[in-house]
Design a protein around this ligand. Structure first.
Ligand SMILES: [Zn+2]
Length: 367
């Protein structure tokens, strides 16, 4: 079966004449320009991030869901319709997908924020860009946050959801992913052993991109239905991660909240994103239409290249942000500055796993 996977409409194809006036900007000028941009935001700036900011945490581009699909050419992501199909055909897709996801979630769970996450947290702490919309589902902005969870949730929108929770369609049962992983481990003890055996070591891959598990088969993985639903007499209620899958639409609630956050922001600084997903690109459009300044700090082409009202600096966000923050710190004293000095030391860079290790997360999202 051939299935076409949504892909980025690259500006090189859409707008071949685009010449970036900031193409040759020096690092020093980029730092000054980003600082000016933040100053103009007058403490109401919004940061929008994508997969690029998580690369230094060893998380490769995700396969699955709405996003750009780069990870494994032999593998196609599960689609929302297949995931939610309660018939035998659904099981055929869903059960192996959960098996992969069970293994693939382990490195995501263990991933820690890298310096770029900490610099973005520092922008928040200094009140320069207090709100954040991320397309990432890895929870790393939450892990980097200088605030308690409720305050972090108030300031942060995970546009494509998070792997941190799973839920059933009735939505009355939202479970921490760790609890769900434990439940899957208890029902699939041999798989749990494999997770422990392969931890951190290269593993054998099948031609289709799955981890080679020897005697156990992907379709023999046991996935329970929602326990709360069972109690209420609803059989076979499907549990899925709280992420937006290919073919699934973002909820109205999330959509409304994202538009409100852009409405309330004075400017948008997009980092580490190609804006390939329409849900993210639409937010940039909204900001431009409202005449809010938009600056992209990211390497590689983006969907918003050449869009009037959008400036773009083609550099990695981390090194630029580090020097921007140094300009703000500049010998200043006080709790916020001291806190930021501490935050800035906290990021950890981890190499992306080699190609023969399992995918970071089988059933998830975003680019
Ligand atoms: Zn349920």
């Amino acid at each position: 079966m051939r299935i076409s996977i949504p892909n980025i409409p690259l500006p090189s194809a859409k707008n071949p004449a685009f010449v970036n006036p900031l193409a040759d900007i020096s690092h020093t000028d980029a730092v000054q320009r980003v600082k000016r941009f933040l100053d103009q935001g007058r403490g109401k700036g919004l940061v929008l991030t994508g997969a690029g900011v998580s690369v230094d945490s060893g998380i490769r581009a995700y396969r699955g869901t709405e996003g750009h699909y780069t990870q494994n050419p032999n593998f196609r992501p599960i689609f929302y319709g297949e995931l939610m199909d309660t018939g035998p055909k659904g099981d055929l897709y869903r059960i192996p997908d959960w098996a992969r996801s069970f293994i693939g979630y382990v490195p995501v769970r263990k991933a820690v924020p890298n310096p770029t996450h900490m610099y973005i947290a520092s922008l928040q702490r200094l009140g320069l860009a207090p709100t954040l919309i991320t397309q990432n589902v890895d929870r790393l902005h939450h892990k980097a946050s200088p605030y308690p969870l409720t305050e972090t949730d108030r300031r942060t929108l995970e546009l494509h959801g998070t792997l941190h929770y799973v839920h059933c369609p009735k939505n009355h049962h939202v479970l921490e992913r760790d609890e769900w992983q434990k439940l899957l481990a208890s029902l699939n003890p041999r798989w749990q052993e494999i997770v422990e055996e392969t931890r951190g070591r290269p593993v054998k891959m099948n031609p289709d991109g799955d981890v080679d598990l020897g005697e156990v088969q992907y379709d023999q993985f046991v996935v329970p239905s929602c326990g709360e639903c069972e109690k209420n007499g609803i059989k076979g209620s499907i549990v899925k991660p709280n992420v937006v899958f290919f073919g699934e639409t973002i909820t109205e609630e999330v959509k409304d909240r994202s538009h409100k956050m852009i409405d309330d922001a004075s400017s948008v600084l997009a980092m580490g994103t190609s804006l390939a997903t329409y849900s993210a690109f639409r937010l940039i459009k909204q900001a431009v239409d409202a005449k809010k300044p938009v600056l992209i700090l990211s390497t590689g082409p983006t969907r918003a290249d050449g869009l009037p009202g959008v400036d773009k600096i083609e550099m990695r966000a981390g090194p630029v942000l580090e020097d921007v923050l140094q300009l703000y710190l500049n010998g200043r004293q006080g709790p916020a500055y001291d806190h930021v000095r501490h935050l800035m030391t906290k990021g950890v860079i981890k190499e992306a796993p080699q190609s023969r290790t399992p995918p970071p997360e089988a059933s998830s999202a975003g680019s």
